[in-house]
Design a protein around this ligand. Structure first.
Ligand code: SF4
Length: 189
């Protein structure tokens, strides 16, 4: 099953997906990654005292930090947070960066929404990315194109796994120099 957090990595460079799923390489991640993880832990702790009024959502239940998988979709992942409403589910992701969410972030959230949609049989049309301790957020209206793009990436990842060959990459120097797999890509500088 394909972990949803690989979507963003695939968009950065498909080879990272190959290294991740098909090798035993254990890279040393930069400090930025551990800061992101610490931010997630902090947010989860703070969640216990949150009322979520800012979102103006009429929800029945909140799901927090819960793992889901779906064999038909062939995807899995841990949902940061989601509102369960009468007729819809709304996933939420926490990011420690303030800038506008990238398309990869959005597609990752689409994956979590699709998992929830299947699990609870409720519609999935919007999501939030929360980016500060004061619960500032971006609302994302999920479109047909988002879902189509998500499934195209899943198909590409499935192909990488099936072929079991290091894929070509058009990653440029600025990407490669910040990549924890640089030592393993012999065709790079
Ligand atoms: S070093 Fe460059 S080509 Fe190799 S995995 Fe990283 S980003 Fe991709």
């Amino acid at each position: 099953m394909i972990p949803i957090n690989l979507i963003r990595q695939y968009k950065f460079c498909p080879r990272i997906v190959y290294y991740n799923l098909l090798t035993n390489i254990k890279p040393i991640f930069p400090r930025q990654v551990s800061l992101g993880n610490e931010y997630h832990d902090l947010q989860n702790e703070m969640l216990k005292s949150r009322k979520f009024k800012k979102f103006n959502i009429d929800f029945n239940e909140i799901i927090s930090d819960k793992y889901f998988e779906d064999g038909d979709l062939n995807i899995c992942g841990k949902v940061d947070l989601a509102f369960l409403c009468d007729d819809e589910i709304i996933p939420i992701e926490f990011k420690h960066i303030e800038k506008k969410p990238s398309y990869s972030h959005v597609l990752q959230l689409v994956g979590y929404g699709l998992l929830l949609e299947e699990e609870y049989q409720k519609k999935f049309t919007k999501a939030f990315i929360v980016y500060s301790n004061n619960m500032k957020f971006h609302k994302i209206d999920i479109t047909y194109k988002h879902k189509k793009d998500f499934f195209e990436i899943i198909k590409s990842i499935e192909k990488i796994v099936r072929n079991d060959i290091l894929p070509n990459s058009d990653a440029n120097e600025s990407k490669c120099i910040q990549c924890e797999y640089l030592n393993f890509c012999n065709d790079r500088f």
